[in-house]
Structure formats: C-alpha cells, structure tokens
Design a protein around this ligand. Sequence first.
Ligand SMILES: [Zn+2]
Length: 70
Amino acid sequence: MKREVISFDKTDRIVGQRPEHIHRNPNPQAKVHEWACNSPYCEDLAGDHPDDGGPEPIVQGREPWRGGGR
Ligand SMILES: [Zn+2]
C-alpha cells in the first residue's frame, strides 16, 4: 500500500510524529494565514503565526519549564 506523502511548508511547526492541527489567523494583514503544527500545548488555534509576532509553539521534549536543554 502506498503511503500518502504530506509535505509541510517552512512556516509549519511539525516536530516528530504527533498528529497535527491547523492554526488559522483571521487577520487579513497576516503574512501566514494557515499553518500546520503538532505541538501538544496549543490551545488557541486562531492567532498570529510566529512570523507575525505570535508565540512560538512549544515543542514536546523542549518544554521551557523542564529547564536545561539549552
Ligand atoms: Zn499548534
């Protein structure tokens, strides 16, 4: 069986194999209107992309509250 290949843009925030979700920015001035992400910590999916000044999604395994890792 052929696997479906999903490609992601460089504005996407896909790390590892977790299922992704789609963020959408309702602001018509935004540079990035839709992007895929698979951070397990996102709650608000309607907001600015990091390129538009929004917060960078937290990567699982690199949570800032874990400390170290720098
Ligand atoms: Zn997200």
